[in-house]
Design a protein around this ligand. Structure first.
Ligand code: KG4
Length: 338
């Protein structure tokens, strides 16, 4: 029997809907929100309002692009959290309404599980997917975690940030450099033209597999502030070298713990996910590291690194196969780990 899942994602500032049929991606529509740019960060109330405007056309387009009608959908998977509560409410309420209207089951998805399971989105039946167990380095604007993925619904967080996430380190340092929000992609672009060995920023000494990025942020801030005292144009003149040195440091911090986690667990496969996994330097460093150890690296297509409903639909597909449905009285949650 064929199974068609509609996925809905609205946890932050992207409204997205996707159709997955028997594990194969049929459509994935994402509407971003430009409204936040002038504020230097996501404004929750504006995000909720934009989701309200986007959700109907985005879902409608996803259904049409998949070449199906709403009556072909077997279940609706939606992001229940973590995320911005107002934003989550829009997707959750819409999913509930549609499930009632179509009389089909609801499946709730943990957004972080979605990022991890994005590696199971197949565009063709013979696309390669990871084998359990594998490690996933989940790096986004809100999370930096090393996860041991034992099954689609069994994940153990081996290490995580004790302060800022990797994406926050990119974004906050970029802000100090006068770059627009979110700064991660700008650092990535500039770093490609810079000398990554030129500046040294401090690295944390945290035991175990946990991360910390706040020390790097502080040392970055002071280095730039001191340099600007002698030369007010210091940042503008050296922007590519600063970006490249910052990116190198973040990558070294990330890889240091990933290496340890591979040694401890002995896994043979490593995946990356979350917005920061779009970073060219991170992608290359993880691929090189895995090649040097003879282990397989799963580097997602860039469209699946940031928030998207395809990952929600695939996570929902596996839950559907296990008949793990969600009641209509379940509510979204703002914070939770894996
Ligand atoms: O997963 P995501 O879309 O959502 C949140 O967790 O909010 O991640 C967004 C983060 C931002 O911090 C952004 O700067 C970062 O991902 N990011 C990047 C790149 N593209 C997005 N960081 C570095 N290099 C990139 N190319």
């Amino acid at each position: 029997m064929s199974i068609t899942i509609l996925g809905i994602e609205s946890s932050c500032d992207d409204t997205s809907a996707a159709i997955i049929k028997d594990g194969i991606l049929m459509s994935n529509v994402i509407a971003g929100q430009k409204v936040h740019e002038e504020y230097g960060g996501v404004v929750p109330e504006l995000a909720s309002r934009a989701h309200q405007q986007n959700i109907v056309p985005v879902v409608d387009t996803a259904i049409k692009r998949a070449g199906i009608t709403k009556n072909d959908i077997d279940a609706i998977a939606f992001t229940r959290g973590p995320g911005l509560l107002g934003s989550l409410l829009v997707g959750t309420s819409f999913a509930k309404g549609l499930s009632l209207g179509l009389n089909i089951p609801l499946v709730d998805v943990n957004h972080l599980h979605g990022h991890v399971l994005s590696h199971f989105i197949r565009q063709q039946a013979d696309d390669e997917v990871p084998e359990y167990p594998f490690l996933c380095l989940l790096i986004s604007g809100g999370n930096s975690q090393i996860i041991l993925v034992k099954n689609y619904n069994e994940m153990e967080v081996l290490g995580q940030t004790i302060d800022d996430a990797a994406g926050e380190a990119f974004d906050k340092c970029a802000k100090v450099m006068g770059l627009p929000y979110p700064g991660g992609p700008h650092i990535d672009r500039l770093a490609a033209q810079g000398d990554a060995t030129r500046f040294k920023f401090s690295k944390p000494h945290i035991p175990g597999l946990d991360y910390s990025f706040s020390g790097l942020k502080t040392s970055f801030l002071y280095t730039l502030r001191d340099a600007k005292k002698t030369d007010p144009d210091f940042v503008e003149k050296n922007i590519a070298d600063i970006a490249a040195s910052l990116q190198r440091t973040i990558i070294e911090i990330l890889l240091d713990k990933l290496r340890k986690a591979v040694d401890i667990t002995g896994v043979k496969q490593v995946a990356i996910g979350g917005g920061v996994s779009a970073n060219s330097g991170v992608r290359q460093a993880v691929a090189d590291f895995c090649a040097s150890r003879g282990i397989k690296a799963f580097i997602p297509e860039r469209v699946f690194t940031t928030d998207n409903a395809a990952m929600v639909a695939i996570a929902g597909y596996y839950k559907y196969l296990d008949k793990q449905f969600c009641d209509l009285d379940e509510v979204p949650f703002a914070r939770v780990s894996i």
